[in-house]
Design a protein around this ligand. Sequence first.
Ligand code: HEC
Length: 249
Amino acid sequence: MSGDLNANKILGAVLATAFVIVGVQQVTAAIYHTEAPKRMGYFVDAPEEAAGGAAEAVLPPDWGTVLPTADLAAGEAAFARCVACHTVTAGGANGTGPNLYGVLGRPVASHAGFAYSDAMIAHKAEAPTWTYDALDQFLTAPGRVVQGTKMSFAGIRDTQTRVNLIAWLRSQGSGGVAVPAPDPARQPGAAAAPAETPAETPAPGAEQAAAQAGGAAGSAPDTGPAARSTTQATPAAPPAATSGGHSAH
Ligand code: HEC
């Protein structure tokens, strides 16, 4: 008899424990209302190109075509994003960043009196001059092009804004840098032409963009497969992602 009673007590205790566990789960769920984030993982403010959007990133601007029609006033306005750190007048002081007078066509990391990062000095070996393309790539994603740069600036994703800005920078002491002739290989539609013949011979620009996208995948996880597998490994939504989900309402 007493054996039965003990068995009942034990069963009762087990059931009670089960109820408590379920109850706590319910209450917790009610208190901490969580929603699965629309996109798993941390949000990284990386340019779209990093996500492998090859379609738009393939061709660099055709400077010979875009510079003559660039909007200098819009370029000057875009420079508002730089003035916290840069002056652009002749002989202007170095601030957080170096003076940018005549930066187009200027050797990389060359402005007197400015202590460049090791990353920027190393970049000089690969790309010695701030050409149109070099500036354009750098301003798209400074930290991606010069990994470890101390220029804390996310970059300008919009190509037309960069074109306007670079055209305006040219007018600030770089007027001697010639506008190149229009390059048919960079004009819209040029990317489609090589695609007609099988993609064994990608355009040089495409190869470069692919290399950039590949290089970016490691440093700037966005929606690539690598990023997805990382987030799967840690399914618990981090607090940042959770609050992000709320603010997205
Ligand atoms: C938060 C401060 C900051 C902002 C904002 C900023 N920069 Fe910079 N910039 C720097 C620093 C610091 C460096 C030096 C980088 C290094 O040594 O790694 C630099 C370097 C540069 C260089 C290389 C110059 C050289 O002499 O080699 C260019 C070009 C440049 N910035 C352009 C811009 C433009 C254009 C903008 C605005 C769209 C901008 N920067 C916004 C801080 C900034």
